[in-house]
Design a protein around this ligand. Structure first.
Ligand SMILES: [Zn+2]
Length: 489
């Protein structure tokens, strides 16, 4: 009798969605160590662990193209339940200008940096120290990390000076810091030019810093200066920065905000497509018509609903409508917002039609923009990926399931240049998600935002099981902080 080849894991009879958008096919997938070693008929191979996946879908683990998990990846698998239960195996952190390194604080950082936590969490003077902490703690998921422009400003300018443009000397120091972080493995530069106080930065300031990317490699990711009336100018600015630094641009959480701009995704997508003829430009999107970030009283409008997600002085107000709070306190919305600070909020300011048009665009990657430290978070934190699979692909047929998977895996790995991930093929890393294509769906809602998704059955990172439906995270920490391929350190 022929001896069977033994490997660590064989998943049999799965409907394989390989991440490239190719049609699903029935196959076995064999894993040895942290890699996929065979895809196809593996009847001559036995695994120490065998899984019968008949009727189930097997896809590359999802890559969350836009996350704020800089701290969540360090605090143990339970902190990542929201990601694992969606099938996410790699997160892109350090977005919107907000990264946990390189910055040391002994006071609470100014908003929006405090999305990541109060003073106690800012203790990494360099990206290398952050990377070291990641290795020391271990994580259930892989991560790639951007360096935030707002973080660099807080470091080099000081809180009192943030409301102005950086001097040439300050910008030069930020560029040096960024260059150092890139050498140590950071993936690029992110900005949040919509937010005060970073909106005081000029295009030239950002270009001066972004020049560090030209030599070291990396991407420029941006929460643009405007997602409303001046969105076309903001797209042009993002592209100009990418051209000046000669690097790819990723526009974060692409959307059209405020009612008077609803429907404009026709022109904004056309603008991106036009730019993409001359340079590399990509974008990510989350599948909800409401946004969420820190509460900014100066950005409030009367015609959009606002729900409070957290408040330091008034934690009892989480989950409540700002209108109700203002009524209860007998004051205006704006006054109520000021009293709640520091605080976070959900704002219902996009149209479903735009969300669908942007999601369906072939360039759209899926990114949750989930905020893991909010006490009453936007449901995107727990629901983004299953919602795209279950609601938009299966139920509404906005695109095929193959295309939905590509938007979460192969396209994202290719855009960010992450080697050997986002695809199922021999030699690729064994980041995998097994799900039921007939039942997968988000369960998190605006009323109950922390419910795990249905239909995500099992998840592996670098060949190790990290999540099982009904049991939660396994406790394993096989995730890696992936280094920019051009990093020297
Ligand atoms: Zn953002």
């Amino acid at each position: 009798m022929a001896t069977l080849f033994r490997c660590d894991l064989v998943i049999r009879n799965a409907l394989v969605f390989d991440g490239t958008g190719a049609p699903r096919r029935l196959a076995d997938v064999a894993v040895a160590g942290d890699r996929i070693i065979a895809v196809g008929d593996c009847s001559a191979t036995a695994g120490w662990v065998e899984i019968d996946a008949a009727g189930k879908a097997l896809a590359p683990g999802f890559i969350d193209a836009h996350a704020h998990d800089d701290r969540a990846v360090l605090c143990g698998p339970e902190c990542l339940h929201c990601k694992l239960s969606q099938g996410v195996t790699t997160v892109v952190v350090g977005n919107c200008g907000i990264s946990l390194s390189p910055l040391v604080r002994d006071t609470r950082p100014p908003a929006p940096l405090d999305l990541l936590g109060d003073a106690s969490h800012w203790r990494y003077d360099s990206f290398a120290e952050y990377a070291e902490d990641f290795s020391r703690h271990g994580s259930a998921v892989n991560a790639i990390a951007f360096i935030g422009h707002t973080t660099l400003r807080a470091r080099e300018m000081g809180d009192a000076e943030l409301g102005r443009t950086a001097t040439e000397a300050e910008a030069a120091r930020m560029k040096d810091r960024l260059a150092e972080a890139l050498r140590q493995g950071a993936w690029g530069l992110s900005t949040g030019l919509w937010y005060p106080p970073a909106n005081a930065a000029t295009t030239d300031e950002v270009i001066a810093i972004a020049e560090a990317l030209t030599e070291a490699g990396g991407l420029y990711a941006t929460h643009m200066r405007d997602e409303g009336d001046a969105i076309l100018e903001a797209i042009d600015e993002a592209c100009a920065i990418g051209r000046a630094a000669r690097v790819p641009v990723v526009i974060s959480h692409f959307k059209c905000i405020q009612p008077q701009n609803w429907g404009r995704s026709v022109e904004t997508l056309a603008r991106v497509d036009e730019a993409a003829k001359h340079q590399r430009v990509a974008f990510d999107v989350y599948p909800y018509p409401a946004s969420s970030t820190v509460l900014l009283p100066e950005k409030l409008r009367d015609d959009v609903r606002v729900v409070v997600t957290w408040s330091v002085p008034h934690p009892e107000m989480q989950g409540r409508d700002l209108d109700d709070i203002a009524r209860a306190w007998g004051c205006t919305r704006r006054e109520a917002a000021v009293r709640l600070l520091p605080a976070g909020a959900i704002t219902f300011q996009m149209s479903e039609e735009d969300v669908r048009r942007i999601l369906a665009h072939p360039r759209a990657m899926i990114g949750s923009d989930g905020l893991p430290h909010d006490s009453f978070p936007h449901p995107r934190l727990w629901g983004t990926f299953p919602r795209v699979l279950g609601r938009y692909a299966r139920e509404e047929r906005l695109f095929s399931l193959e295309e939905a998977v590509r938007k979460m895996t192969g396209l994202t790995a290719e855009t960010f240049g992450i080697p050997d991930r986002g695809v199922i093929r021999p030699g690729a890393f064994a980041d995998l998600v097994l799900f039921d294509p007939a039942t997968v769906i988000d369960e998190a809602t605006f009323e109950e935002p922390t419910r795990p998704a249905a239909g995500i059955e099992q998840v592996w990172v670098n060949g190790e099981a990290v999540y099982r439906y009904g049991e939660g995270p396994t406790g394993a920490r096989p995730g890696r902080l992936l280094k920019n391929p051009k990093a020297r350190a």
